[in-house]
Design a protein around this ligand. Sequence first.
Ligand SMILES: [Zn+2]
Length: 444
Amino acid sequence: MSRLLITNAQIFQLSQNGDKVNILTHHEVLVNGNRIEAVQPTGSADPSHFETVIDADELLVMPGLINCHAHVPMVLWRGLAEDVSIDRWFNDLMWPLESNLQAEDVYWGMLLGLIEQIECGVTAVADHYFHMSYAAQAVEKIGARALLGYAMFGSQGLGAVKQTARFVQEYQGAANGRIRTIMAPHAPYTCDDAFLSASAKAAQRLGVGIHIHVSETPAQTIASYQKRGITPIEVLQRTGVLDVPTILAHVCGATPTDIGLLEKYPVGIAHAVKTYLKLGEKTAPVVEFAAAGIPVGLATDGVVSNSTLNLWETLRLMALTQKERMGQGEAMPIGQALAIATHGSARVYGQPDELGSVTPGYLADLILIDLNGTHHQPLYNIPASLVYNMQAPDVRTVIIDGQVVMHDRQLLTIDKAEVIAQVRSRMSRLSQLDPEKRIQRYGN
Ligand SMILES: [Zn+2]
């Protein structure tokens, strides 16, 4: 197994609830194969015993960020659904644009998005999309980590559950374990009870979780009351979805009763605040989720609603919007925000004992951050700078599963120019928008 030594580093350490941040200086990280073997003072190990030695020159080593809910290949339509409401975003733009999608587009779109993520220090993503065997090939090629769910709608019939279950089985543990899989029904408003129950049963049988959109807006909660007499969260409870480990995307329309209910189940919430802000929708009650002990992780959602896959933006906007909605500067303190970005995201992603911390035994998903930029000076408070001052290019080096995938901003596993050229060559076909193709699926 290959061995990697990162010397002369600062190491970011954080207690589970975020109340204690510790920055070790003059330390080194030993990586054996895909795991962290030791964190110790620089000089403890003999560099000649390692195949790769990175002199961090006091860069900060942090766990890679985890994107808990995305549709990475949607980078293909970046900028094509701006300044619209959520129903126009879906019905007039996104669903008609997606009807242009071909399987191979997913491979190139996924690669472009994964490059953007690596350049931002995002090392893992829970992705929810179509043609997922092509997404898996992209993950394998670039060396990323991903939790892949093949999106399905109730309108496809129960056969879709069987088909996507086959994807789950075939790709579970692929790419040397960097790929895990999950069942991915779209949402309670696009899947009826029988479809959701079948999804939950398949997940249980396969020993995997579920990744689903739910209560994206308060209006969806009201519509669910009108149609089914219960909230979307209660729909997931009665169909057995909450009994399996589930990633709930958004939950902005959660009622206090919903929050009391979610406490009792093995679920986590993926929070994509920039998408809510752009669509003019309410953000989620993250402070209340955290107080109830419900894990929360950072997410971007797709780029067509979020503009980027940069989780530092999500981190900053989450802290700011929670302060604003609580009317308290003390709300969502820096340590809590960082705990959501690390431990919380690892819990939602389903690998809390292997990801989200620079700790011996954990998987070696590490990012090296340069805090020498003017926007960090003078640097009294590293945790504050991480939440409020970070720019993506501050991330210099990225290691995933023990492999260096970006070193000093140079990508090592992929030809970025080729990926961009491939995506550009698809722009005219992918952007065709026929007004006849309007698909009224949202808001029913
Ligand atoms: Zn989404």
